[in-house]
Design a protein around this ligand. Structure first.
Ligand SMILES: Cc1cc2nc3c(=O)[nH]c(=O)nc-3n(C[C@H](O)[C@H](O)[C@H](O)COP(=O)(O)OP(=O)(O)OC[C@H]3O[C@@H](n4cnc5c(N)ncnc54)[C@H](O)[C@@H]3O)c2cc1C
Length: 479
């Protein structure tokens, strides 16, 4: 057993924890960051960047949105079922955080929209290879980690935090186990928790949110996210929050990018009954599409395209492109789809609509009628849901292709109740002295659905609450 001493122990070094370490070290605290993984970053290493509102990057591109407008939009969206003070503080801080990151050497490629109907709040990080794409936020994490180290922070990698130490009702440290099984007892004046939720724990996901991985749910399952921080905080008396998934729509099984690019489009979407249930023009808002699929039998929506759409997407370009797929066409679809047919039970191809419906388990008669009606809408207007006309593409030319979509998620949301100072609070709303929390372990600010209209929100929330937690902990330690 080893013992260590510090001012602040940060339990987990993903987006929130690494920001907390950098902020606390900058303020002169002696910081120890504890991280289960081989490197810092957590889920953020797979992402592209955080939210920023009213930033210099946005102003440079004439794409700015004010904090007031964003806040109003957000509170309208969430019906004020969320901590308004926390949201306001986070939004206000977000532009200063982008500058803080730039000052330490992070470069932002641009402030982007996730989809055309969203705001340009997603601050995409310029990676070392100068090719922004999935995972480029890893560069931001690396720079924050180096910055924290240069300011004296120490990172214990491949080390798992186990339990909080308590004395007279105050949190005064944390116990950990390193990769060789040695116990480390860290004595600290304050502790911040930011362990990224419980999305890697399939049993907890089923028990707490009702989703079954690889059956009716196809989310990212990152092994390290086992709900450790939530458990530790609860052991210390933290109150519970609602727990949910940060839903996005996801195809069943793994698919090549060309196939995903062809199906993540505003085309005919039906359920097993063969009925339309969604205005597919909103499919670009992944959360809205996931919500609508969630309500269907098997939580499943089936996207259908014909060979004319395939040809258009493969050879000329898709209707909606996104930075996540980083492509504007579906080149390679024909070959990639044939391979998918051999290994992925969630896709099908057929020469007739009846055969396609049978292969996908859709009610044949209703489906054929739905396609007929939909094709009529394509020639006139969508009388059912009012879909914008340029997205109305008929399903007429064989062969026909289909892909099943389900809810997926970037991770879980919520677990530990905090106040707007990021202090962890108990059921009586009283802060547990010395305990702070940040990131998705605490995130209940979206209400019932992830807020994609202000993209970069989850990494933005984590980085900003990480910094806020470090500032609150520093005041507490100094007092
Ligand atoms: C593929 C992908 C792409 C994404 N892209 C974006 C994006 O572009 N923009 C955006 O806003 N959001 C994005 N997100 C979501 C965003 O990355 C997360 O919301 C954010 O990283 C959460 O920060 P966090 O600090 O709460 O947790 P994480 O960043 O996930 O970090 C949690 C850390 O806790 C560690 N840990 C867990 N238990 C312990 C323990 N007991 N002891 C020590 N360490 C422990 C884990 O190893 C991990 O490093 C993406 C997510 C994924 C999966």
């Amino acid at each position: 057993m080893r013992e260590m001493n510090c001012d602040l122990a940060v339990v987990a070094c993903g987006a929130g924890g690494t920001a907390a370490c950098a902020q606390a070290a900058q303020m002169g605290l002696k910081v120890i960051g504890i991280e289960k993984g081989k490197k810092t970053g957590g889920a953020a290493n797979g992402g592209m960047g955080p939210l920023g509102i009213n930033t210099d990057v946005q102003k440079r591109d004439l794409n700015s949105i004010s904090v007031e407008d964003a806040f109003r939009m957000f509170m309208d969206y969430t019906h004020w079922r969320v901590d308004a003070n926390l949201v306001k503080k986070y939004f206000r801080k977000s532009s200063e955080t982008i500058r803080w990151l730039e000052d330490m050497g992070v470069e932002f490629y641009k402030a982007a929209r996730y989809f055309p109907g969203s705001e340009a709040t997603w601050h995409i990080v310029m990676p070392e290879n100068r090719k922004p794409g999935p995972g480029c936020a890893g560069t931001m994490i690396k720079i924050m980690t180096q910055y924290a180290q240069e300011h004296g922070a120490q990172f214990l990698l491949q080390t798992s935090a186990q339990h909080l130490l308590m004395e007279d009702g105050r949190v005064c440290g944390v116990t950990c186990v390193d990769k060789d099984g040695e116990e480390i007892v860290i004595h600290a004046k304050a502790v911040i928790i930011s362990t990224g939720g419980f999305g890697g724990n399939k049993e907890q996901v089923l028990e707490r949110t009702g989703y079954t991985y690889n059956k009716d749910f196809f989310g990212f399952c990152i092994a390290n996210m086992q709900g450790d921080g939530i458990r530790m905080a609860r052991e210390a008396g933290a109150a519970k929050t609602e727990e949910s998934m940060e839903l996005v729509v996801s195809p069943g099984g793994a698919l090549k990018e060309s196939v995903r690019a062809a199906f993540h489009q505003p085309n005919l979407l039906v359920n097993y009954q063969g009925e339309r249930f969604f205005n597919e023009e909103f499919f670009e808002n992944s959360t809205f599409a996931a919500n609508a699929c969630n309500l269907q039998q098997g939580r499943c929506g089936i996207m259908v395209i014909d060979d004319a759409i395939r040809d258009l997407y493969e050879n000329e370009g898709v209707d909606v492109s996104s930075y996540v797929l980083n492509r504007t066409d579906a080149k390679g679809f024909t070959e990639d789809f044939e391979k998918a047919l051999a290994s992925n039970p969630y896709v099908a191809k057929a020469d007739t609509l009846e055969e396609l419906a049978q292969k996908m388990g859709i009610d044949v008669r209703t489906f054929v009628q739905t396609v007929e009606t939909y094709n009529h809408y394509c020639d006139s207007r969508d009388e059912q849901f009012g879909k914008r006309p340029d997205y109305l593409k008929p399903i007429r030319k064989a062969p026909f292709y289909a892909c099943k979509f389900f809810p997926g998620a970037y991770g879980t949301l919520g677990g530990i109740k905090i106040n707007h100072k990021t202090e962890v609070i108990n059921e009586e709303f009283r802060p547990i002295p010395g305990l702070y929390a940040a990131g998705t372990d605490t995130c209940t600010i979206y209400g019932d659905s992830y807020m994609f209209k202000l993209p970069g929100n989850s990494m933005g929330y984590s980085v900003n609450t990480g910094r806020m937690a470090a500032e609150s902990a520093a005041s507490y330690i100094r007092e």
